[in-house]
Write a protein that binds this ligand. Structure first.
Ligand code: G6P
Length: 611
């Protein structure tokens, strides 16, 4: 992970880099730092913790500096401390890095034996000392970088500068993302385009195995063997606006409230508005595949995206009659799944940058699989590696705990299923029409779900001191139980487990006592009766049950201490989209009561670009 940004040109740059880091803070907030090239020396400002602490340190940097780079860190090697904060500097050299140097220990031992003194515990500092050592051989940063790259193993993106060669950066990409921004007499680089869009729309997306030499007037690209490459420039659309809280206390709450409009926009874009009812290929992109060839599907993702994907299995097997597996991306690429050109791989990802998911996509692509992605961020790495992408209409998601992106992903998967099922002849036009009428009810129902906010806050008052909790659900609600548990643990730090209702008796029921709240999803679907029996089993052992179901469900209310009311829809796949909303609000209210940092919970980051 970590976010990096650099600038060389004619403008004063320290504040510009700080502003760029604000846009990259979602990538990590353990520490931050900026280095600039002053009159002839490098100058550094660093701070531990959230980025705003760095603002007080900016006065250390010359306002005249026209070249500099910054970093926001998510700690991998070495605690979040001042010493471990990037940029790392030594003898006029400065380096920032995103990724992991997997062989750093072996390299470090050799450097230590040769007398190098390390100032930090990071893997990054090894690259700095290697470049410094190699530079001494022929006083060429270019040659030093070229000699060091083959020594490094792992996924990395790094940038290096030295006061000995003012005005030039070398940036190197291997797996971790790097984008170059092209200006007139100024150039930029960053971990993602978002940081650069206020300054330029013209970007070069670096590929793995590339090095860029960046000066104010030129960007020269080459491969790791030194062969020059032609850079392909892309013009990105202007940034609409920076994400704002719009009066909400937290981004997460704002994003929860945006869900009805996300659903509405998605449906408007997906369905053709012209007379005939049709899903739009320009949005879903399925015509890019020869569907008759596809015999099975693997869905991969991480975190919330994985949980959204697990609903895809239920949808696709039921409606499109095709075998589907769903797997955590970090596991998928390290086993030997059966892959061939008849296996469609669907990557679920909000950011489009999650390294485990990206690596799975590359791995499957190499095995000949067609790749489809469902993603929120245009031009990000995973869509660029996919054959087709269904872009969510969720807008920027800032809260680290994903909410509206989850709802968008589930809805997108359902729409994908309808299109896929129809193209394969399993969904008739009449059926599509019926499903569309269910879908059209969703935005209003999602709005109703949000109206329960204050009632849910009241329930949260009774449970916010819990230390453990269980979430149970059956069928589609199993994935929702997992997502509800994930939301709660991410932002409130209460231990929470999501379980299939029927599985409770095979182990977790041993945890049940009067201190543990059990959140039980009981929409009026085909699993309803069985779910009520599971709730009875918990009650019989003294557990406190918080039901999630219909407001007027007297049977459920009679079995539960509390009920989080949720609007019902008789199409049970779509019920999942509604059922998750009370769980998001519940987790949010509990986190607020516990006083945690809701939008930037400890130890987490929005985009995880390390394995
Ligand atoms: C991180 C985030 C999660 C997210 C996961 C996958 O862990 O904190 O909220 O679900 O990455 O991210 P992606 O961008 O691939 O959906």
């Amino acid at each position: 992970m970590c976010g990096i940004m650099g600038y060389v040109g004619s403008q004063s740059c320290s504040t510009m880099i700080y502003d760029g880091l604000k846009r990259l803070e979602y990538r990590g907030y353990d520490s931050a730092g900026i280095v600039v090239l002053g009159d002839s020396e490098i100058e550094v400002a660093k701070s531990v913790g959230k980025l705003f602490h760095l603002e007080d340190q900016l006065g250390r940097l010359s306002t005249k500096a026209k070249m500099g780079m910054g970093h926001t860190r998510w700690a991998t090697h070495g605690a979040p401390s001042f010493e471990n904060a990037h940029p790392h500097t030594h003898d006029g050299f400065a380096l920032i890095h995103n990724g992991i140097i997997e062989n750093y220990q072996a390299l470090k031992i050799r450097l230590l034996e040769a007398g190098t003194v390390f100032a930090s515990e990071t893997d990054t500092e090894v690259i700095l000392h290697l470049i410094h050592r190699e530079y001494a051989k022929d006083n060429s940063l270019d040659k030093a970088v070229m000699r060091v790259i083959p020594m490094l193993e792992g996924a990395f993106a790094f940038a290096v500068m030295t006061a000995k060669e003012p005005g030039v950066f070398y940036v190197v990409k291997n797996s971790s993302p790097l984008v170059l921004g092209c200006g007139k007499t100024e150039n930029f680089f960053a971990s993602d385009a978002l940081a650069l869009l206020p300054h330029t729309q013209e970007m070069i997306f670096m590929e793995d195995g590339e090095i860029a030499k960046i000066t104010a007037d030129a960007i020269e690209l080459r491969d790791f063997a030194g062969n020059p490459l032609q850079a392909e420039r892309k013009k990105l659309p202007k940034l609409d606006s920076t994400a704002e809280k719009n009066g909400f206390r937290h981004f997460m709450l704002k994003e929860i409230h945006e869900q009805p409009s996300v659903i509405r926009t998605t449906l408007e874009k997906a369905f053709s508005l012209s007379g005939t009812l049709k899903l739009q290929d320009s949005v879903l992109g399925l015509s890019k595949f020869s569907l008759e060839k596809i015999k099975r599907i693997h869905i991969v993702g991480c975190g919330t995206a994985y949980l959204a994907g697990s609903l895809g299995r239920y949808f696709l097997e039921k409606w499109a009659h095709i075998p589907v597996t769903v797997e955590l991306a970090s596991e998928f690429r390290y086993r030997t799944p059966y892959l061939d050109n008849e296996t469609l791989v669907i990557a679920m990802t909000q950011s489009g940058e999650t390294l485990d998911t990206l690596a799975s996509v590359k791995f499957a692509k190499q095995a000949g699989c067609p790749i489809y992605s469902i993603c929120n961020v245009p031009f990000s790495s995973i869509p660029r590696t996919s054959d087709a992408t269904f872009y969510m209409n969720a807008g920027p998601e800032v809260g680290v705990a994903s909410t509206k992106a989850f709802v968008a992903m589930v809805l997108d998967l359902f729409l994908f299923t309808l299109d896929f099922g129809q193209r394969r002849g399993h969904i008739s036009q009449e059926e599509l029409e019926k499903q569309r009428s269910y879908l059209q009810r969703l935005p209003a129902l999602a709005e109703q779900a949000l109206q329960q906010e204050s009632a849910i806050e009241q329930v949260a008052q009774r449970y916010f001191t819990a230390t453990n909790s269980l979430f149970i659900g059956r069928g589609n609600s199993f994935a929702i139980a997992m997502e509800g548990a994930l939301k709660l643990k991410e932002i409130s730090y209460i231990h929470a487990e999501g379980y299939a209702g029927g599985e409770l008796k095979h182990g977790p029921i041993a945890l049940v006592d009067r201190h543990i709240p059990i959140v039980a999803l009981a929409p009026r679907d085909s699993h309803y009766e069985k779910m009520l029996s599971n709730i009875e089993e918990v009650r019989a052992r003294g557990g406190q049950v918080i039901g999630v179901g219909s407001k007027d469900d007297t049977r459920l209310a009679a079995l539960c201490q509390d009920v989080l009311a949720c609007p019902q829809i008789e199409q049970e796949d779509l019920q999942s989209i509604l059922s998750v909303i009370p769980l998001q609000l519940f987790a949010y209210s509990i986190a607020v009561l516990r006083g945690t940092d809701v939008d930037q919970p400890r130890n987490l980051a929005k985009s995880v670009t390390v394995e």
